[in-house]
Design a protein around this ligand. Structure first.
Ligand code: C5P
Length: 235
């Protein structure tokens, strides 16, 4: 998990995914992030088939429900052979603990338990929404730290955050926690809709444990070359 570079498969159809995977090659050395869009369309069989081919999968389903439901969902997820998955830290410590327990209980004997990563506040939530809709009296920075601390205490293995947040989070939450960071752009390239970006080299310097990269790879003329470049910079 440490130093992994996950390619975000933000596609709505399997053909585009398979085309990209053919270009990338090397399933054993390739880390993929599958989100809700692909998962809700193609389901667990698709995930299992990628795992069988040797890919390492980050299944980003952002679970958020009552603890028992999350426990049961996590137990199912653990049977897919994936590397890591996500929950919303806003679901509370009992729910995070239930997710962790579900992952442990669902992991087939002899397999490694998937890592549990927590999402703190979504990057789409502004300070204004935090105050007016979530009625939170903390600043965004304080709230992110608080949620990360709660997640860690409840048994999560890490958080998803901006590379620019890692230093502060590490100081306040600890180095014995994974900091998985999207918002990665190679220097001089388009930023798309990402606002707070860092290069793989900068992310490494700032202490990211693993990267999530989508469009810079998926929209590249030569995705394999860009993936190799990013991995080299980061590793
Ligand atoms: O294409 P791009 O590199 O911007 O994709 C980044 C991936 O990371 C997308 O799948 C996006 O949903 C995800 N992500 C993010 N910011 C977050 C959490 C997840 O960009 N805060």
């Amino acid at each position: 998990m440490e130093k992994a570079v996950f390619v975000a498969l933000d596609f709505d159809n399997q053909n585009d995914v398979l085309e990209l995977l053919t270009k990338l090659g090397h399933p054993q050395e390739t880390y993929l992030k599958i989100g809700m869009e692909l998962y809700y369309h193609y389901g667990s069989e698709f995930v299992k088939s990628l795992v069988k081919q040797g890919y390492q999968i980050f299944l980003d389903l952002k679970l958020h429900d009552i603890p028992n439901t999350v426990y049961q969902a996590a137990r199912q997820i653990a049977q897919l052979g994936i590397l890591c998955t996500t929950v919303h830290a806003l679901g509370g410590s009992e729910m995070i603990l239930a997710a962790k327990k579900g992952l442990i209980d669902g992991t087939p004997t002899g397999n490694e338990t998937p890592k549990l990563l927590a999402v703190t506040e979504l990057t789409s939530i502004s300070e204004k929404i935090l105050a007016n809709e979530q009625n939170c009296s903390l600043s965004m920075a304080e709230q992110v730290v608080s949620l990360a601390q709660t997640a860690k205490k409840a048994g999560a293995d890490g958080v998803i955050c901006s590379p620019l947040e890692v230093k502060n989070l590490k100081n306040q939450v600890g180095s014995d926690f994974l900091y998985v960071t999207p918002g990665i752009r190679l220097s001089n390239k388009t930023t798309d809709d990402q606002k707070r970006i860092a290069s793989p080299k900068k992310a490494k310097e700032l202490g990211s444990s693993a990267l999530v990269v989508g469009r810079p790879i998926t929209r590249a003329k030569d995705p394999a070359l860009v993936y190799r470049e990013i991995k080299k910079e980061f590793e």
